[in-house]
Design a protein around this ligand. Structure first.
Ligand SMILES: [Zn+2]
Length: 372
């Protein structure tokens, strides 16, 4: 089944005019390998440049610059600031003339770019950026050499670390032209291995408490303590943890402004991440977490305001693509662990992209940390 246009339904396996990896002519792999090897130094330099200049979500201006220049220099047609998202970009290549009526397939890749506050590229998005570039370059080269018609689109996707960059691009139609979309993400695991597992669905909840200031010693009875509201909510969620499933996660922080020990704080803000294996389970669990916030507001007589964020879906892998990936990796002496039904305990906005297209695997690095 053609995946394009499938919105909101459970994916069924995509049916390509499939050529099994093992049945490809030996020259095909050799063509790709030789070309990627010839790009090794500049790809590595590209990755290190981005690594050495970590930028937070929606601020990836340096990465935007070096990546778009790189793609342009390699024969791709580049759109900077794609779909009015400042650090998003699109690099496209096609060997089909625009006048051709023939429908050809478009393969898409993603390059993430953003880093984490304080710890830089701990999530390895510089590697994802470089991996997307390498995949797009290798695919283009192989199609040219082997006479395969089609198009390649590489999207520079900002703000995966909590900014929902792909969700924004998805809503603005960036994935409509793509038949199948792939990306990689580093994750811990045995050396020279990968996995085609899932990820956790995630709901971000932001809650603000508004109280009333007063002097903490002279007239505390005049105040309504917004820090107490956050404290009570935090404690309630800690109690909730005993009753939650081992597959679920909830974690958050408290922020304030103009706090002093001799003043009743009149404002506090909390950001919480609620995770579960599926979007449905997150929805149910998030309601229980929200009840903790409401109870805290009631207990402290504070006003409360929720800010809604779009939910991130769990990755649902495509069996056909997963088996192709596994077969391809075996050619490189890599082991791919199959999806055992247990999600990797992180989340990604790529889960939302599978509503219309298809995701790809995690590549393991035993030294990498897990974040998000
Ligand atoms: Zn990441």
């Amino acid at each position: 089944m053609h995946p394009r246009g499938m919105q909101g339904s459970t994916p069924t396996p995509v049916r390509f005019c499939r050529q099994d990896v093992n049945s490809l002519p030996p020259s095909f792999k050799a063509v790709v390998d030789k070309y990627i090897d010839s790009c090794y130094n500049e790809l590595r330099e590209l990755s290190l440049k981005i690594h050495d200049c970590p930028e937070l979500g929606f601020e990836e201006e340096y990465a935007h610059k070096v990546l778009t220049e790189f793609m342009e220099a390699h024969g791709f047609s580049v759109t900077r600031h794609y779909l009015e998202l400042n650090t998003a970009w699109r690099a496209a290549w096609s060997n089909v003339s625009p006048s051709s009526k023939r429908s050809v397939r478009t393969i898409g890749f993603n390059s993430e770019m953003d880093a984490l506050p304080g710890i830089g590229h701990a999530c390895g998005h510089n590697l994802i950026a470089m991996g997307g570039v390498a995949a797009a370059l290798g695919t283009k080269h192989a199609m040219e050499k082997c006479g395969i018609e089609g198009s390649v689109v590489l999207l520079g996707t900002p703000a995966e670390e909590g900014g929902y960059g792909k969700v924004i691009l998805l809503k603005r139609g960036a994935y409509k032209e793509i038949d199948v979309c792939l990306m990689i993400h580093p994750t811990p695991g045995p050396e020279r291995s990968g996995t085609t597992g899932s990820s956790l669905a995630l709901q971000t909840i932001e809650v603000e408490y508004f109280g009333h200031p007063a002097h903490s010693a002279r007239a505390p009875w005049e105040g309504r303590n917004a820090l107490d509201a956050a404290f009570v909510a935090y404690s309630s969620i800690s109690a909730l943890r005993q009753q939650m499933k081992p597959t679920h996660r909830v974690h958050g922080i408290i922020e304030g402004r103009e706090w002093a020990p001799n003043t009743i704080p009149d404002y506090s803000k909390m950001r919480w991440l609620v995770r579960a294996p599926t979007a449905k389970e997150v929805e149910v669990f998030a309601e229980r977490v929200k009840n903790c916030f409401k109870a805290a507001a009631l207990a402290t007589a504070c006003e409360m305001k929720f800010t809604d964020y779009p939910p991130l879906h769990n990755l649902r892998q495509n069996d056909e693509l997963a088996s192709e990936f596994t077969a391809a990796m075996e050619l490189y002496d890599r082991v791919v662990f199959p999806d055992k039904g247990e999600p990797v305990d992180i989340s990604t906005d790529f889960g939302n992209v599978i509503e219309i297209t298809w995701p790809s695997p995690w590549l393991c690095d035993p030294d990498s940390k897990r974040w998000r």
